[in-house]
Design a protein around this ligand. Sequence first.
Ligand code: GTR
Length: 407
Amino acid sequence: MSLNNPFQVNYDEIFVPNYTLPELFLCLDGTEIKDVDEWMKKRRPEILELFKTHMYGRLPEERPGCFRYEIFDTEKNALGGIAIRKQVKIYFTEKEDPSLDLLIYLPVDRKNPAPIFTLLHFYGNHTVTEEKAIPIRPQWDRTYNKYIPDENTRASHSKTIPVRKIISRGYGVATAYYGDIAPDIKDCFSHGVFGAFDHIFGEKRPSDAWGAISAWAFGLSRIMDYCEIDQDIDSKKVAVVGHSRLGKTALWAGAQDRRFAVVISNNSGCGGAALSRRKFGETLRVINNAFPHWFCDNFKKYNENEENLPFDQHMLISLIAPGPVYVASADEDLWADPKGEFLSAKNAEPVYNPFGLEGLPCDDMPDLDRPVMGAIGYHIRKGGHGLTECDWDCYMNFCDKHFNYKG
Ligand code: GTR
C-alpha cells in the first residue's frame, strides 16, 4: 500500500484492514460474563486494569497526595449579573505547588444546586471570559512552549466554552487549565503532579507508570472532590467534557471515576474514542512518536501492532456503562477517524443492554448534524476539529435528557 501523504497515514476506507475486536464478555481466564453483576465484579475491573497496564498507565499509588482547597474569589454579580463566579485553588499536596485554579460560573437564577459541566482547557483561565478578576497565572503555554503572561489573550478562547449560553440553560461550568496539573511536553515527568508524586515509584519510572492523560484525569477527579463539597453544585449531576487530547482525558477520567454522571468526548480520536485497529487517520505509531508522554511506555509495544492490543477503544466506553456517554465527531476531522469513533460507541452498546438501556439507537452512522441520543449519544457535525457551540447545544440536550432537567 502506498499512501500519498507525509505522515503515511491512511484516509481511505479501502485500506482499513480486516480486524476482530476483542470480546467484551470474554474474561482473560476464558470465562464468559453472563450478567450485569459478573460484568461489574469481574470483567469491568479486569478491563480497567488492562487499560492501566498497557495504555494510560497507573498512578504511583491508589490516591496520592491530599485534598486541600482555598476559595480565593467569590463574585455574586458576575458576567453582568447572570452568574456567580468562584475561583478555587486546589492543592495536590501539603505544599503550595503544584495546584490548579478552578474557575466556576453558576447561574444566579436558581433554587437548587446547579448541574455543571466540568472540563479542562488549553490556554489558562483568563482566556475563558473577559473578567479581569481572573488572574493570569505563571504557567507553561502550549502555543509557545513557555510561559508568556499576556493581557492580550484575555477571553481569547471564550468561543470554546460559551459560558453565557451554558448559564442561560441553567447549567454551571467548572474549568481549569490542563497545564496546572502537568505541562504537555515530552519531559513533563519532573513537573506538576509528576514532580510531586513520581518519587513514590523509587529510582525508575515503571513501564506502566502514568502518562500525561492519566495525570490530567487525576486532576479532573480532584475537581470532582471539590464539587462534592460545594453546596451550590449538584455533585450528582456533573458532566465531564473534553476536546481532542482532553477528550481522551475525559473518557479516561469517566471510565475510572464513576462520580461523573455524564461523560462527553469531543473529537477525541486516536487514543480516545476511535478504534485503534482501523488504523485510519492518526495511528498508535504516529501518536506515540509525536506525544511519547501521553501514555505509559508499555503502549509503545503496540505501534504497528494494534491487533495484539488486549482491548480496543469500545472497551474504554464500556467501562462507563451504565453511565451516559456521548461521542462527537466532525466530518472534516479525518485525523480523528469519525467512523472509528462511531464504531467504538456502537460496539460498547452490548454492555448497556443488560442494564435495560438502549445504547446508541441507530445502526449506521447518522447523517451530518443529526445527533442520536440513547444512553450512548453520538453526532457528526459539519466542519473541522474543534469544540463549537453546536457541539455544546447537543451536550446540553443530552444532559437535559439524562438529568431530567428543565433548565
Ligand atoms: C493532535 C493529536 C491528536 C489530538 C490533537 C489535539 O496533534 O495528534 O491526537 O489529540 O492533537 O489534542 O488537539
